[in-house]
Write a protein that binds this ligand. Structure first.
Ligand code: ZN
Length: 239
């Protein structure tokens, strides 16, 4: 079906009348006026009929040359010279057809070869993409498994740290008195800034020691579950 393409019309009163156009459901190009059937369906909110077969972009005209049929016709004509044509006419026609075939056959052969090559390239790219996707999937599964393993390790480690933390918080000794106690407390429970300055002075810790202790405590804080509210002050002064 070739659709009319009605242009927009300017009315005497200054308004414009347009005729709805039908777009291809394959590529979206306008094909011409919509039919009343299509308009009815559009108004009713129903799907429109498929028009891909109308679209010169989606359905380009197929031109085929049946070379075998051409040759058979030619042979049949040549076998009965004089029936309708002279031998010269047949020779001239044969030569002309030969020239046409000579001219177009290489291009057709080249086009077919190019299509085959494109197809092979597309297949190779598809296979490569499939392989890459499979490899990526494998890598993701490995990373996931490794992540699971590390999570288990971290969980166990966190339980150990939590147990040590809990033991220290119920121990009522003076955690500032002993140098090692003070360090352990600072690492697991953490001193406030003021308390840390005091214990550092008391045990003659270097700034490097203090900084290292802060880093160790930050690491503990990073893996510890949220502290219970009964814990009191943020970094817990010893009782
Ligand atoms: Zn189309």
């Amino acid at each position: 079906m070739t659709r009319p393409r009605t242009p927009d019309r300017r009315n005497p009163d200054g308004t414009t009348t347009i005729t709805m156009k039908r777009a291809c459901n394959g590529c979206g190009n306008y094909l011409g006026d919509a039919t009343s059937y299509e308009l009815d369906r559009a108004v009713a909110g129903l799907p429109l009929p498929d028009v891909i077969h109308e679209c010169p972009t989606c359905t380009p005209p197929v031109v085929t040359v049946d070379l075998a049929a051409v040759r058979a016709d030619l042979a049949a004509t040549t076998e009965t010279p004089g029936a309708r044509y002279t031998q010269e006419q047949v020779d001239a026609a044969q030569a002309a057809i030969g020239r046409i075939l000579d001219k177009h056959t290489p291009a057709l052969v080249a086009e077919v070869a190019q299509l085959r090559a494109d197809d092979a390239t597309a297949r190779a790219l598809d296979e490569k993409a499939d392989a890459e996707q499979a490899e990526l999937g494998q890598t993701i599964r490995q990373l996931y498994a490794e992540n699971q393993r590390l999570n288990c390790l971290l969980y166990d480690l966190t339980r150990t740290i939590t147990a040590a933390y809990n033991r220290m918080t119920i121990d009522t000794r003076d955690w500032t008195a002993n140098r090692s106690d003070a360090w352990l407390y600072g690492a697991l429970i953490g001193w406030t800034d003021d308390a840390l300055a005091d214990v550092a002075a008391r045990h003659r810790w270097t700034p490097q020691t203090v900084e290292y202790l802060r880093e160790r405590h930050a690491a503990v804080r990073a893996v510890m579950p949220a502290r219970e509210e009964t814990d009191g002050s943020e970094d817990g002064e010893p009782g």
